[in-house]
Ligand binder design. Structure first.
Ligand code: FAD
Length: 390
């Protein structure tokens, strides 16, 4: 098989890039390890920056997002009994975010790929990247007993944190930066009316809680839990009771509970791999960096990589201009690190760290008090939350 760009990974990064390049007449093949049903069953992100929404429209995939997604102009920070609204619209020069689930967005991307007869190959096994340091790289995968070879000009590693692409960069070239947090998030999806029309990020001595949503009839809630906790330790009634304890009383009283339709625990980690380009391989999205979900940067950081890579590839193929490809790693990483800083800051501000010393707890209290009382602090939070410019 031959193509111009072989993309490893059929998550949002790989599908979005494939769709955008195809619209510019650039051929791609997407190789995905799992079935489409499996990819679409993953419940993950739900808050999109304006830049991401614009890319979806550019990819001709924005119609349902614009119809069904909710525009949010603000969110709340709670601390014990206090509740402070952060006015995103006012403090970011009129910007907002779109609440639209990653599952829906991925479904839209798959449907768009189908409409254009894009090549997305599922259930590929044992993907291997070859000759990346030459100008004729190729990728192999196993389909049953057969080894299939894809010859290409570029390889894009969009295969998430556990993928193979990053591991194809030689160890003496790759630098990895990591922070693992001493807690996880237990998430519950329920077909109930959200407790608040806007998200609530809540700090509490018992641990962080987040009231999020996918629509006005579908709620997504999270609580901070110990890394040793298992989903089985948290029957629905225990989850709802603990969530309620961590919210201001006036919010807790409004909480509508119901059976969970999905429940999972995710560990929290900050991670960056540098460089994001090696030879003919480009890393994008979670393959190169991940953040704790506090602040909703994960999927949005993936989108900014795709923005840079898409424009760089179009300049290469349409104008013979390689400056975007050559500058991709540095450009993408500059924005990635800002998202890392913001996610780390929000996580530190709002979580209960089991090993925190009294001095650190005092700083956390002061940081929150400053945020609650200062427009400048809220402006900075809003600027980062709606997404820094690409
Ligand atoms: C449990 C969880 C909850 C999250 N919640 C949030 C949130 O609330 N807010 C937020 O902003 N972000 C959240 N994120 C992060 C967000 O979901 C990711 O940033 C986003 O999925 C990145 O998209 P991606 O396409 O780069 O990677 P992925 O979505 O991971 O897609 C990578 C794809 O590559 C495939 N793949 C892997 N290995 C191979 C291989 N060897 N060969 C072929 N294919 C392969 C995978 O099956 C997958 O489909 C969450 C992530 C997780 C794991």
């Amino acid at each position: 098989m031959k193509t111009q760009v072989c993309i490893i990974g059929g998550g949002p990064s790989g599908l979005l890039l494939s769709q955008l390049l195809h619209l510019q007449g650039i051929e791609t093949v997407v190789l995905e390890k799992h079935s489409r049903e499996y990819v679409l069953a993953r419940i993950r992100a739900g808050v999109l920056e304006q830049g991401f929404a614009a890319l979806m429209r550019e990819a001709q995939c924005g119609e349902r997002m614009d119809r069904e997604g909710e525009i949010h102009h603000g969110f709340f920070i709670a601390d014990g009994g206090r509740l402070q609204r952060v006015d995103l619209h006012r403090f970011s020069g009129g910007k907002s975010v779109v609440v639209y689930g990653q599952t829906e967005l991925t479904r839209d991307l798959y449907e768009a790929r189908d409409r254009m007869q894009g090549v997305v190959i599922h259930n590929v096994e044992d993907v291997q990247l070859h000759d990346l340091a030459t100008d004729r790289p190729h990728v192999t995968y196993r389909a049953g007993d057969e080894i299939v070879r894809v010859d290409c000009e570029y390889v894009v590693g969009a295969d998430g944190f556990h993928g193979v692409s990053r591991k194809s960069i030689p160890k003496d070239v790759l630098r990895e930066y990591e922070r693992v947090y001493p807690f996880g998030w237990l998430g519950v999806l329920s077909r109930t009316k959200p407790v608040s029309p806007e998200l609530i990020y809540a700090r509490h001595d018992r641990g962080f809680a987040l009231c999020s949503l996918r629509s006005q009839v579908l709620s997504r809630y999270y609580i901070q839990v110990s890394l040793s906790d298992k989903v089985e330790d948290w029957p629905d009634n225990a989850f709802w009771a603990e969530l309620k304890r961590r919210l201001p009383a006036e919010v807790g009283e409004r909480l509508v509970t119901g059976p969970s339709i999905e429940k999972s625990i995710a560990p929290l980690r900050s991670f960056v791999a540098e460089p994001m380009r090696w030879g003919r391989l480009f890393l994008a999205g979670d393959a190169a960096h991940i953040v704790p979900p506090t602040g909703a940067r994960g999927l949005n950081s993936a989108a900014s990589d795709i923005h840079y890579l898409y424009h760089a590839m179009v300049a290469h193929y349409q104008k013979g201009d390689d400056s975007g490809l050559d500058g991709y790693s540095a450009r993408a990483l500059a924005r990635v690190w800002k998202a890392q800083r913001f996610s780390w800051w929000m996580t530190t501000l709002l979580h209960t760290f089991p090993d925190a010393i009294a001095y650190e707890r005092k700083l956390q209290e002061t940081d929150l008090a400053y945020l609650f009382s200062s427009e400048a602090a809220q402006r900075s939070l809003a600027e980062n939350y709606v997404g820094l410019p690409f």
